[in-house]
Design a protein around this ligand. Structure first.
Ligand code: C5P
Length: 222
């Protein structure tokens, strides 16, 4: 089902963290390595899909089969998604987008002073990229990720509903799981279906995820 379904399909994937600048030398980031999103992009391209990968700062390089757009911040990622989502069949939001950014990044390096023992950063909420795509009238099949340290299934189901996603891929993080690892386990959920993918290399999981998306889309067309 995998190569047959994905042949000629258009897939948009986001991957990696976003970096939100504090000043010219500091930023707020997170531990996402981008491995899951990059694995999805490569497997789909190998199956004949036309893949655009929008990536935050990571140390990975995609193959030439994948069209890659490099971004840094959540706002840049949103703009890149807005430029690329329209003619896509499927959007997979694997990026760990920063929920907040610094309201006004300092133009110069912030200096510490002797009289201040603490400092406060003023943060504002970032746009929710996957939610934005799911709100569009003409939109691709939308797949989100939920990385959680507790109550995995309940939080993931909340996100599936709140963000109006077609599918959510829930994974446990923390305690050496998920982020930065080569292996992962995923719980895939749609409104009506459930699939448990046990611990496996991210490329194997990517294959199973793309096969499950294919199954759901084929089923929906019946
Ligand atoms: O951060 P959160 O747990 O809400 O992320 C769930 C899903 O939403 C992920 O697929 C992530 O890529 C996406 N997301 C997004 N834009 C944000 C925050 C999260 O697209 N600002």
């Amino acid at each position: 089902i995998l190569p047959k379904f994905w042949q000629g399909k258009r897939l948009l994937v986001t991957a990696g963290p976003t970096y939100e600048d504090i000043d010219p030398v500091r930023f707020i980031g997170n531990k996402s390595s981008g491995k899951m999103g990059y694995a999805i992009a490569e497997v789909a391209a190998d199956a004949g899909a036309d893949v655009v990968l929008i990536s935050g700062p990571v140390s990975l390089k995609a193959s030439d089969k994948v069209q890659t757009v490099l971004v840094r911040s959540a706002q840049q990622m949103l703009e890149a998604v807005q430029q690329n989502y329209a003619d896509c069949d499927v959007f997979i939001s694997a990026a760990a987008v920063a929920d907040y950014r610094v309201a006004t990044p300092n133009l110069q390096k912030i200096k510490k002073t002797d009289d201040q023992d603490g400092m406060t950063l003023n943060l504002v909420k970032n746009p929710d990229i996957v939610k934005w795509v799911a709100e569009q009238v003409t939109k691709p099949y939308v797949v989100g990720f939920a990385a959680e340290t507790e109550r995995l299934e309940a939080y993931a189901r909340d996100k599936l509903e709140c963000k109006k996603l077609d599918m959510i891929c829930a994974n446990s993080v923390g305690d050496g799981k998920g982020f930065e690892q080569d292996d992962n386990a995923l719980l895939l959920m749609t409104k009506t279906q459930h699939k448990n993918l046990t611990n496996a290399p991210k490329s194997r999981l990517a294959k199973s995820l793309l096969a499950f998306i294919a199954e759901c889309l084929v089923e929906a067309k019946k």
